[in-house]
Ligand binder design. Structure first.
Ligand SMILES: Cc1cc2nc3c(=O)[nH]c(=O)nc-3n(C[C@H](O)[C@H](O)[C@H](O)COP(=O)(O)OP(=O)(O)OC[C@H]3O[C@@H](n4cnc5c(N)ncnc54)[C@H](O)[C@@H]3O)c2cc1C
Ligand code: SF4
Length: 592
């Protein structure tokens, strides 16, 4: 193995977190930084000419190559986990920009009490209401502490929308149930398509409070505080699972990469797959572990292995590989579900997401136009906004009516319940009629953490290089099943108020289904906490046992909010960057 000249900082992963950290540390310090990304380079120009649904949406051109590396999954320890050969329930990204290239760009914040899940739940309902086998805990950071960083993230992305709680003042037309915002979104809301407008009118008539989805898509041409200018969205509909061909959707390659490439001290190496974080016991920390990261080993496209020494290691390889790389590197104590000991791997969560009601109308919706975050939403049933005293579940989520842009393959095929045929001429005729006269009211909900949902290494299956695959043990529990029942009834009520002629309702949750897309919001495993007994990283995302190792992204979230996670991920990344520049680099050591 060849040893390379030492860098000051090595960053693993070139997605949202990796490139944001490279930009912040690159611009604000004089240090040498190496970014290692397992996939290839990407630029906006790559998307200019070949937006092919079969290639991108169905065959998942931008996602991780499962023939080289995948995960195994089981629902409980009595099952034998099986490898996922075809991605479906979540879609990990690969290549510069990571999943941030093909994301949907919905940009809500987490409910403030999500960050204090344990204390707020017990305070309102008592400890007896916590679900069996729960793993509720607080994050060690409050909403008030993270709020300024949310604002920075929204400015970075030039979010379009309307705030509903500006420093405590409730504003109709925005989300009045959200936490407080210190600033309005940079851009006005996107256009409101027909289906979303119908949802807005119906939910208002039912006494709810609709608002336009906050979106990292430009409603108007705009320039962010870093001087990055992007054009306005054209509602082309080829948005989620694609890169934006004009750069209207904020992606790491159009928002961060142009800045990072200007800094000669930052080197980006593509096709560089990190295999281990190298460490020894000669460092200093306050935990008694005396361990220190020394750098990483990685393999390039030709299969050659390198050691890249570095003074600071930053792990931003998304949830799955953040967990796997720490486990393979032997850093931290792995969680054992049988004894409850160990922290690495615990609190695996996956956002609750389903089409509560697919509504069929007798008029066209023009739903071939739209984009990832074009739509309306209500938050009247989010988090703890409504009283759960007499309900059989805790927490909640939001309903949305989005116009993603129904494409010819993936957007085709729904038929109303009165049509019994599932193939042949009758089905085809009904599906053609329904294509532009139907759409889904979607529920996005919280997933609370359980001791029984966790990550570890698979004892049987290995990747292309012979390393064990990451194993996910995950199943739904009664809290999710009862939430789904309640929310499906609400979705039906909204669909009827919208004038739906027929409705296909969500069938409900039985067990976790690996074949059904459930968002790419898989979180936990390297969770943050105020003390090392309950987490892998401290509230600055610094490893509790290794002060020169930081872990970024949703893997650090102890529970899953109903909102899509990236604004929260970016907010915590900014906070960590500040802590590294303002405190760690001045006096290396534990920050908490
Ligand atoms: C289809 C889709 C829609 C989404 N929509 C939304 C949305 O609307 N709103 C929202 O908030 N979020 C959304 N997300 C989630 C969002 O994309 C992620 O939260 C975000 O990208 C996380 O940033 P990250 O840096 O942690 O990970 P990523 O952006 O995935 O970047 C991680 C990078 O690390 C690299 N990597 C992994 N392992 C290694 C290794 N061993 N060595 C070197 N490199 C490695 C990967 O190749 C990848 O490029 C969506 C995701 C998908 C897939
Ligand atoms: S819908 Fe808008 S943001 Fe999305 S890909 Fe098309 S132009 Fe870009």
């Amino acid at each position: 193995m060849k040893t390379l000249p030492a860098a000051d900082i090595v960053i693993i992963g070139g997605g949202w977190t990796g490139l944001l950290m490279a930009k912040e540390l690159g611009k604000r310090t004089s240090l040498n930084i190496v970014v290692l990304e397992r996939g290839g380079m990407r630029k906006t120009e790559d998307y200019a000419s070949d937006m092919d649904e079969l290639d991108y949406f169905i065959r998942l051109r931008m996602m991780q190559d499962t023939s080289r590396e995948t995960v195994t999954l089981r629902r409980n320890p009595d099952e034998r986990a099986q490898p996922i050969r075809q991605l479906a329930c979540f879609l990990p990204g690969e290549g510069i920009g990571g999943a941030g290239e093909h994301w949907t760009a919905q940009c809500p914040r987490y409910q403030p009490d999500c960050l204090e899940l344990y204390s707020k739940t017990v305070e309102r309902y008592g400890a007896k209401r916590l679900p069996e086998n729960h793993a509720f805990q607080d994050w060690g950071v409050t909403y008030d502490e993270i709020e300024p960083y949310y604002t920075r993230a929204e400015q970075l992305l030039s979010v379009s929308g309307k705030v509903g709680n500006l420093r405590g003042q409730k504003i109709e037309g925005g989300n009045i149930f959200s936490g407080w915002y210190s600033a309005e979104y940079p851009n006005p809301p996107l256009k409101t398509p027909r289906f979303s407008a119908m949802f807005g009118e119906a939910t208002k008539s039912l006494g709810y409070h609709p608002f336009r989805d906050p979106a990292a898509m430009n409603s108007v041409p705009s320039t962010n505080p870093d001087g990055i200018s992007r054009p306005a969205c054209q509602y082309c509909g080829f948005c989620s699972r694609y890169g934006c061909m004009i750069g209207a959707k904020a992606q790491p390659t159009n928002t961060l990469l142009p800045l990072v490439e200007q800094i000669s001290r930052v080197q980006i190496r593509t096709h560089a797959t990190v295999r281990r974080i190298i460490h020894d016991k000669t460092g200093h920390d306050t935990t008694g572990m005396n361990r220190s990261a020394k750098g990483v080993t990685y393999v390039d496209a030709s299969g050659e292995e390198f050691f890249q020494p570095a003074g600071l290691v930053i792990l931003g390889s998304w949830t799955l590989n953040n967990n796997r790389l720490l486990m393979l590197s032997g850093i931290g104590e792995r969680y054992d579900a049988a004894t409850g000991k160990g922290t690495l791997g615990r609190n695996l969560t996956h956002q609750v997401l389903f089409a509560g009601a697919v509504a069929f109308f007798d008029k066209p919706l023009n739903r071939f136009m739209g984009g990832g975050a074009v739509g309306m939403r209500i938050a009247d049933f989010d988090g703890d906004v409504f009283d759960h005293s007499n309900l059989p579940f805790l927490r909640g989520g939001t309903f949305s009516a989005s116009a993603y842009g129904a494409q010819p393959i993936s957007g085709f095929g729904a038929v109303p319940p009165s049509v019994k045929a599932r193939w042949g001429a009758e089905w085809k005729k009904a599906a053609v009629a329904a294509y532009d006269r139907s759409d889904a009211i979607t529920f996005s909900g919280e997933h609370v953490p359980y001791k029984t949902n966790f990550f570890d290494l698979d004892p049987t299956y290995k990747d292309y290089a012979g390393d064990p695959l990451l194993r996910l043990t995950i199943d739904w529990n009664d809290n999710e099943r009862k939430t789904a029942e309640f929310m499906t009834a609400k979705a039906r009520e909204i669909a009827l108020a919208m004038g739906a002629k027929e409705i296909n309702s969500f069938a409900g949750y039985d067990h976790y289904d690996v074949r059904r897309y459930q968002s790419t919001h898989v979180q936990g495993g390297t969770v943050m906490s105020a003390s090392p007994e309950h987490g892998v990283v401290n509230p600055y995302m610094q490893h509790w046992n290794m002060p020169n190792l930081f872990v970024l992204g949703g893997s650090t979230f102890p529970n899953q909010g109903s909102a899509n996670p990236t604004p929260t991920i970016l907010a915590f990344t900014y906070r960590t960057a500040d802590a590294i520049v303002d405190r760690y680099l001045k006096k290396p050591g534990m920050l908490a």
